[in-house]
Design a protein around this ligand. Structure first.
Ligand SMILES: NC(=O)c1ccc[n+]([C@@H]2O[C@H](COP(=O)([O-])OP(=O)(O)OC[C@H]3O[C@@H](n4cnc5c(N)ncnc54)[C@H](O)[C@@H]3O)[C@@H](O)[C@H]2O)c1
Length: 252
């Protein structure tokens, strides 16, 4: 055991689950925080993590997540801001409440959790904050205005807090993946196949991998391995970085 405590938001599924698994393999104590209590409990039991139910769109749940983690495990050393979801809709019809919820979960929650975890990391003069942004933090696509705004904003938060954390041994980085094979993407593939009347394989090849130099979906374990590396002492020189893991999408 390393004696370090990690929180992974949205850790019940997909990328968060793979990140939680990787951090446990590294010997950290891990808290899975998720809105979905049933799947979250199951995942935590399987991995040997602690589960804390939280709807991160609610400010008080963000505070409670940090408080309960510190009460039960003693500190917060590694924070992986990962919880998120997608809603695809043209801007003129975009539901305003969905926009607000997306910004709350994918931008305000990372800010709140950073703010509440900060004093604990600062006291130890060591911390790792890893924000799961997206290639859509770097470039845009149509019909994803809230998602793309939140992810671009998350890169701003990453850079600013990296500058503030330097003197305290706190690094802050963002991982910017292209499409990863997770339940979130499976839903998008099925929806697009239906609306465009094409096969799911065509959605993957013609839509999702259109801009990719490497024509494959990323596996969640690849992101888990990157999170694991960023949490090590060896990664101390990475901070404020928007780390593209995008199959070459933004190289063009
Ligand atoms: N899958 C991809 O292609 C891809 C690519 C780039 C970035 N990302 C980002 O990675 C992150 C994880 O995505 P994923 O593909 O693993 O999705 P996923 O749907 O498999 O998992 C997301 C998890 O977040 C949780 N969650 C959603 N809203 C929440 C809330 N209000 N409070 C607490 N938990 C909440 C869900 O319950 C779920 O367990 C997201 O931020 C997403 O934007 C995904």
């Amino acid at each position: 055991m390393t004696g370090k405590v990690a929180i992974v938001t949205g850790g019940a599924s997909g990328i968060g689950l793979a990140a939680a698994q990787a951090l446990i393999n590294d010997g950290h104590k891990v808290v899975i925080a998720d809105r979905d209590a049933e799947v979250g409990e199951q995942a935590a039991n399987l991995l040997g993590a602690l589960f804390i139910q939280a709807d991160l769109a609610q400010r008080e749940d963000n505070q409670r997540l940090i408080d309960e983690t510190v009460a039960q495990l003693g500190s917060v050393d590694i924070l992986v801001n990962n919880a998120g979801f997608q809603h695809i809709c043209a801007v003129e019809a975009f539901p305003e409440d969905v926009w607000e919820n997306m910004l709350a979960v994918m931008l305000t929650s990372p800010f709140l959790l950073t703010r509440y975890a900060w004093p604990h990391m600062k006291n130890k003069r060591w911390g790792r904050i890893i924000n799961i942004a997206s290639v859509h933090g770097l470039v845009a696509s149509q019909y994803k205005s809230a998602y793309i705004s939140a992810k671009h904003g998350l890169l701003g938060l990453t850079k600013t807090t990296a500058l503030e954390g330097g003197e305290f041994g706190i690094t802050v980085n963002a991982i910017c993946p292209a499409y990863v094979r997770t339940p979130m993407v499976d839903k998008q593939i099925a929806a697009q196949a239906k609306t465009q009347n094409i096969s799911t394989q065509e959605v993957i090849e013609k839509v999702m991998l259109k801009n990719a130099a490497i024509k494959q979906l990323i596996e969640p374990e690849e992101i888990g391995a990157f999170v694991s590396y960023l949490a090590t002492p060896l990664a101390r020189s990475f901070t404020g970085a928007a780390l593209a893991m995008d199959l070459g999408w933004t190289a063009q």
